[in-house]
Design a binder for this molecule. Structure first.
Ligand SMILES: [Zn+2]
Length: 190
């Protein structure tokens, strides 16, 4: 699939402005197609890199640390693939290490990397969990995402303040009742 040129992307935005009912040639809108095309680069940066690469560098000097590592309230900015409207919320990511850990900022980068694509929240949650499971090979992984979907809050049923919660638990965080409770307790205290 050939990537469209920036000029083609700008023309598409221009058409949408007309479709919305406005005049793309008026002063306030004249540079809008250019701005939108450029902002798409940032908003959809998740297509330019493989988020799994962020997890490649790990640390094994952990002095026998074998308790849960949980990073909470990672900002999620995504776009629903059905309406291309923002999905805004936060992710909580945890794992039980198996002899090695990853830098915590890398967990946030993985969340960002998968978020900045057209998504549904269920798939996003599962993708983050399986990337951590596959690469870090921990004893267990837990990912919980809570987010507000603009396609529900700005249009359609217009229900403001409704959030969708999804979770994906793997390994001992799924199968061991105590570890699961500990993870979910840590997440709830956010
Ligand atoms: Zn939607």
């Amino acid at each position: 699939m050939a990537k469209p040129t920036e000029a083609e992307a700008e023309a598409a935005v221009r058409l949408l402005i007309e479709w919305a009912g406005d005049d793309p040639d008026r002063e306030g809108l004249i540079d809008t197609p250019k701005r939108v095309a450029r902002s798409y680069r940032e908003l959809f940066a998740g297509y330019q890199a493989d988020p799994r690469d962020y997890l490649q560098r790990t640390f094994e000097e952990i002095a026998g640390y074998d308790e849960l590592v949980v990073l909470k309230n990672i900002r999620v900015t995504s776009f629903c693939e059905h309406h291309m409207l923002p999905v805004i919320g936060c992710a909580h990511v945890g794992y039980l290490p198996n002899r090695r850990v990853v830098g915590i900022s890398k967990l946030a980068r993985v969340v960002q990397g998968f978020s900045r694509r057209l998504q549904i929240q269920e798939k996003l949650t599962a993708e983050i969990a399986s990337a951590i499971q596959d690469i870090l090979d921990p004893q267990g992984v837990g990912v919980v995402i809570e987010a507000e979907h603009s396609c529900m809050t700005l249009r359609g049923v217009n229900t403001i303040g409704v959030t969708l919660t999804t979770s994906k638990l793997l390994g001992v965080i799924r199968d061991d009742a105590r570890t699961r409770e500990e993870f979910l307790d840590l997440v709830r205290k956010s």
